[in-house]
Design a protein. Structure first.
Length: 466
């Protein structure tokens, strides 16, 4: 493997997690082995000491019942018929002179000069005698039988070391494949766990290359990574929707701006050809001002719609009296409605309130009333009313106008869309798009029911918020 590949592998989260888990596993296993080894060694040492005590009690009882002669004969028999796990036995007389010594042949390397240490008259004295090679030790307990005789019994640590060595070999034989298996399984687990991250990276690269329809496959695990995938896909879908809407809006704006810009150019050319006629120049300037105002209004409305749809619009939320808000909106169009012979009425409970931005909601109601007045013939009727629906407030703008053809209803909310009937009327085709965006920004929804020749009914539902 090249140094570049190895360096790249080290940077991968999966590799680092695997190494981290392996190190933790090895350290934990080593600690566990150390504790087990310590307790096993301590247990074997206690067992040897307990065996030595039992042997001393056995020989001491023989001395107490049958005397020193029987004890010497028993020790001699021990020496002649050595058992599988023999004891070191020494019987010393006056002046610590050795009377009987049982020293198995395999223990000849022990230095026994240290056995002449003073012995406690009340309790056993424990002496540790090292072998000349330093590998094993002889643990000896000494006790007085009488004031003249000393009995010493000991055991070699060779058996303990053999058991502990076997324990270490078993641990090594088990640990090495376990470490390998743990590393491999950790790598596979981390590789599988990080699969959504790799899919996420691949999807982001696809989106960067222009594929806005790319999505991250959901692992369907219900964990945090699955939630991340769902949130990311939702974000991409929203971005795709906004980009498509922006693209459509730009196309529509480019199309709709072409006409006023062409008209402004024509007006300017006619003014230049008017041979310094002041009246013609003033009329040209007035027409240009009107066209520029129309363009600015279109752009500002598109900006408001975009801010509302993307959630960045700033709403000045207040608790508003609905009846007052309806009356203020209707007052703007009452004279225009009367000029066309249309009755405009409002209806709402006096104590009905809603938490909303009063300026934006008046803008919404004004757009709906403007359309109602435009498309309602003389003698018609417009009703602006509101009512409570549990924790919601329902606004209705009803008219007896020309209505909307069924095939056009799904498209009336699109930006800059104007139906066949609306092309003869002044307007930008942005009013209903703004209505929908502002209502959604308030957490509500808007709908329409219309019948050609009978009129339309626009409904807005907002959370009361109080």
């Amino acid at each position: 493997m090249s140094s570049r590949s190895l360096k790249g592998l080290k940077k991968r989260i999966g590799f680092r997690l695997t190494v981290l888990y392996s190190v933790i596993f090895i350290l934990s296993s080593t600690l566990l082995f150390g504790l087990a080894y310590f307790f096993l060694a301590s247990s074997l040492s206690r067992q040897d000491q307990e065996a030595i005590r039992l042997k001393i009690r056995e020989l001491s009882a023989l001395y107490q019942t049958e005397g020193i002669g029987s004890l010497q004969r028993e020790v001699t028999v021990e020496k002649k018929f050595q058992k599988k796990a023999p004891y070191f036995i020494r019987l010393a007389g006056p002046g610590h002179r050795t009377l009987v010594l049982v020293l198995p042949y395999q223990w000849a390397e022990f230095d026994l000069e240290g056995l002449g240490q003073p012995v406690s008259a009340k309790d056993m004295t424990w002496i540790s005698v090292p072998a000349r090679n330093g590998e094993t030790r002889l643990t000896v307990a000494s006790t007085y039988l009488t004031t003249e005789y000393v009995l010493q019994v000991g055991k070699s640590s060779e058996e303990r070391k053999r058991v502990l060595r076997h324990f270490r070999e078993i641990f090594a034989a088990v640990m090495i494949p376990l470490v390998f298996l743990g590393f491999v399984s950790g790598f596979l687990v981390s590789f599988r766990a990080l699969r959504p991250i790799r899919h996420l990276i691949h999807t982001i690269r696809s989106i960067g290359s222009g594929r806005m329809d790319a999505r991250v496959p959901s692992p369907q695990t219900g964990d945090e990574l699955d939630e991340l995938v769902m949130v990311f896909n939702g974000m991409v879908e929203r971005i795709e929707t906004l980009i498509n809407a922006m693209r459509d809006a730009l196309d529509n704006v480019a199309h709709d701006l072409r006409t006023p810009m062409t008209r402004m150019r024509g007006i300017a050319e006619m003014a230049l050809q008017s041979e310094q006629d002041p009246a013609a120049c003033r009329e040209a300037l007035a027409d240009s001002l009107e066209e520029s105002e129309r363009i600015l209004k279109m752009l500002n409305t598109l900006m408001d719609i975009s801010e509302a749809e993307t959630g960045v619009i700033k709403l000045d939320l207040k608790t508003v009296n609905v009846s007052t808000m309806l009356e203020e909106a209707a007052e703007l169009y009452r004279y225009l409605a009367e000029d066309k012979g249309i009755s405009l009425d409002t209806s709402s409970p006096e104590d009905l309130r809603v938490v909303a931005d009063p300026l934006r909601m008046r803008q919404v109601l004004a757009n709906l009333l403007d359309n109602a007045v435009k498309y309602t013939p003389a003698g018609g009727r417009i009703l602006l009313r509101a009512e409570s629906k549990g924790k919601q407030v329902l606004f209705l703008v009803e008219d007896t106008g020309t209505g909307i053809p069924p095939e056009e209803i799904p498209r009336i909310w699109d930006r800059l869309y104007r139906g066949d009937q609306s092309r003869s009327e002044k307007g930008l085709g942005l009013g209903l798009s703004l209505v929908k965006a502002v209502v959604h920004a308030h957490g509500g929804h808007v709908d329409v029911f219309s019948e050609p020749g009978k009129g339309s009914s626009f409904s807005i539902v907002l959370p009361a918020g109080i």
